[in-house]
Design a protein. Structure first.
Lengths: 271, 106
């Protein structure tokens, strides 16, 4: 008689976002599958990764569930802490460990934080914005919750490729910026396409009575952009870098106010 | 009345964009856009020049403004930015020590 033992997933799942591959290693087969399903389209095929994390699953702690997020660097190692996870990551060794409950939200948050920390040193950022590619050009639509990120994404014409309806990935390449697809979905609950394109404009979303584009002064543009950039670390040096990145971005990428009605014709004025 | 010396904190990020000085606190991410008068005071905040001298020698020279009104405005501006740690204020000239500024011992 042959006994079939339950298999233990030892291989890592590599999640590639913005060209950065992060290997996630878990011994739990069901969590392994959960990661693969959640990040469909972003699971890398290359065996090499830029960073790797070992994930230890644990029962959620009732007492810590409301704990606020804390991100700090100590002795060269980033420490990430919230009610539903604890993580540490050493940028030198490129290795980290996550202790979390079996929740997709925890791993999602860790990925966002790690990407934001890496991007901050490269002049890029994650930003609360929908983004799409049309005619080879990428457009960002930024705004707080309720500003219309999901609405503008829903209204996108068939020839537009949606990169995300919630969290956009902006990477600097020389004197231009690339918008990259992310699996970080908002109300559409749909991961973006894993592709990228040179960023042509950032639109600050406002709902109104007609579709129109208005100029935005540089200081307002930077201030609005900064409000929407995801940044978690309690680290003054990185805050300065993010500020400089926002200023650089505003000097290279046109930023406009897009006042729109929830109607497909808004896409006629997006160039 | 005691002299007031002001210096820019090191824990800030600042950049001149489109003629406006933008300043952000690296400690609490508070963001300020300074107008021309405030930018003039900001740029002259070297820790060694008394605020009254900055107002008289820079603000009143460069802008058409009443000296008393300018001084009141400068005091308010300095108070607000110092509350966020963006400007450092002392009754004595400040010397640079490592990466921070500290009052000079008399």
């Amino acid at each position: 008689m042959t006994t079939i033992l339950p298999t233990i997933a030892k291989e890592a799942v590599s999640i590639e976002i913005g060209g950065l591959a992060i290997a996630l290693r878990t011994q739990d087969p069901s969590f392994h599958r959960l990661i693969e399903n959640r990040y469909t389209g972003f699971v890398g095929t290359s065996p090499a990764s830029h960073l790797e994390f070992d994930i230890d699953l644990c029962e959620p702690s009732e007492s810590a569930i409301d704990e606020d997020l804390e991100v700090k660097i100590k002795d060269g190692e980033w420490l990430l802490k919230r009610g539903d996870f604890r993580a540490r990551w050493n940028p030198q060794t490129r290795h980290g460990r996550i202790r979390q409950s079996c929740s997709p939200y925890a791993i999602d948050s860790v990925l966002r934080i790690v990407h934001s920390l890496i991007l901050a040193r490269q002049g890029g950022f994650l930003v609360h914005a929908a983004s799409a590619v049309r005619g080879g050009k990428a457009f960002l639509f930024s705004g707080v919750s309720g500003a219309g990120k999901t609405t503008i994404s829903r209204l996108a014409p068939p020839d537009a490729t949606l990169l995300t309806d919630e969290i956009s990935y902006v990477r600097r390449e020389g004197n231009r910026y690339m918008a990259c697809g992310t699996p970080f979905a908002g109300e559409l609950a749909r991961v973006g396409e894993n592709c990228s394109a040179p960023l042509s404009a950032l639109f600050l979303l406002e709902k109104g009575l007609q579709n129109r584009i208005e100029p935005v002064g540089p200081s307002e543009a930077i201030q609005r952009l900064l409000r929407n950039i995801l940044f978690f670390a309690d680290d003054p040096e990185l805050v300065k870098l993010v500020f400089q990145s926002a200023c650089e971005f505003a000097s290279l990428v046109p930023i406009h106010r897009l006042i729109f009605v929830p109607d497909q014709r808004v896409w006629d004025i997006i160039r | 009345m005691a002299e007031k010396y002001i210096a820019r904190s090191k824990a800030i990020a600042a950049r001149l964009v489109g003629g406006e000085m933008m300043v952000m606190s690296a400690a609490d991410s508070t963001f300020f856009t300074l107008n021309e008068v405030a930018s003039t005071i900001w740029q002259a905040a070297d820790g060694r020049t008394p605020l009254a001298e900055i107002v008289a020698g820079k603000v009143c020279q460069e802008f058409d403004v009443d000296p008393e009104q300018a001084q009141r405005g400068a005091d308010r501006f300095v108070d607000e930015l110092s509350q966020h740690g963006i400007l450092l204020v002392s009754e004595h000239p400040m010397i640079e020590k490592d990466s921070s500024l500290s009052p000079e011992r008399p």
